[in-house]
Design a protein around this ligand. Structure first.
Ligand code: OAD
Length: 252
């Protein structure tokens, strides 16, 4: 692992990307920090001021669905108010230049899609749809969120956010695709995640010993000591800089 000189490590990543046929990117809440959205564990992070078990667990939802929806409706409104930042846009541009590109995100804010990324795997679901706990019926909701008087479904179930809560498995098809993409990648780029929530974090370091793995994060993380290069910078600063001088050939 190298963390000595930012230019040297950036050049090493550029070199790896120029010869890469397949690129896998893993992002977390840090990539949306410069869009004004809070992370989970940093200063002002969501899990510093909110109780995970009340807001992000099936038991918490069963106990108080209105509390849970009030919180997710506020988060949804914040997501809609936020704009993708230069980091999101840089990854959308990178996708255009790489034949086999997959972006797996732990975020539920839809900002990668809004920035134009196409091959996005939302590991923890999204806040665009609600699904019924009883019959799996789905309904979309917009910036106003799900009205609290519409939580109960006529089947006897309840609409819940279509996101993955603690103790729940990731959507199997999404996970399989992410595993496969991580395993075949020549370059794995990890941006804006503390890499401590599993299984998502495993995609960075557990499926591929051959890939060049780079981390973009202003702070040390659980995987910093195991990657090939660490770029101690924010996503919105570093990713456009990375793309700036990259001159990748477009896939034919
Ligand atoms: P964390 O809050 O654990 O980590 C955010 C990471 O982003 C930290 O390592 C920060 O240093 C970094 N960071 C902050 N600002 C940044 C910036 N401008 N550019 C780049 N990096 C920056 O959030 P996640 O890793 O996303 O799951 O957390 C993973 C999962 O834990 C979330 O998906 C969520 C949470 O509980 C569920 O809710 C299921």
């Amino acid at each position: 692992m190298a963390e000595a000189d930012g230019d040297v490590t950036l050049d090493a990543l550029r070199t790896a990307l120029r010869s890469a046929n397949s690129v896998f990117v893993l992002t977390g809440s840090g990539i949306s920090a410069e869009s004004g959205l809070p992370t989970f564990r940093g200063v002002g992070g969501l899990w510093r001021t909110h109780r995970v078990e009340e807001l992000a667990s099936p038991l918490g939802f069963a106990r108080d669905p209105e509390l849970v929806w009030t919180w997710y409706n506020e988060r949804k409104a914040a997501h809609v108010r936020a704009q993708p930042n230069a980091g999101h846009y840089a990854l959308a541009r990178l996708e255009e230049a790489i034949g086999d590109f997959t972006l797996a995100t732990q975020n539920v804010d839809s900002l990668h899609l809004r920035a134009g990324s196409k091959r996005v795997l939302e590991l923890h679901g999204n806040l665009r749809e609600a699904r019924c706990t009883g019959c799996d019926a789905r309904r979309r909701f917009d910036a106003d969120g799900l009205p609290l008087d519409q939580i109960e479904h006529f089947c006897g179930g309840r609409f819940r956010p279509d996101i993955v809560w603690f103790g729940e498995p990731l959507p199997p098809a999404v996970w399989r695709e992410a595993e496969a993409a991580a395993a075949r990648a020549d370059v794995i780029l990890v941006a804006g995640t503390s890499a401590i929530v599993y299984p998502a974090a495993a995609l960075a370091t557990h499926y591929n010993e051959r890939a060049f793995v780079a981390e973009v994060n202003p702070e040390p993380t659980a995987i910093s000591g195991r990657v090939d290069c660490v770029l101690r910078s924010t996503a919105a600063e570093l990713l456009p800089q990375l793309l700036g001088d990259l001159e990748l050939p477009r896939p034919t």
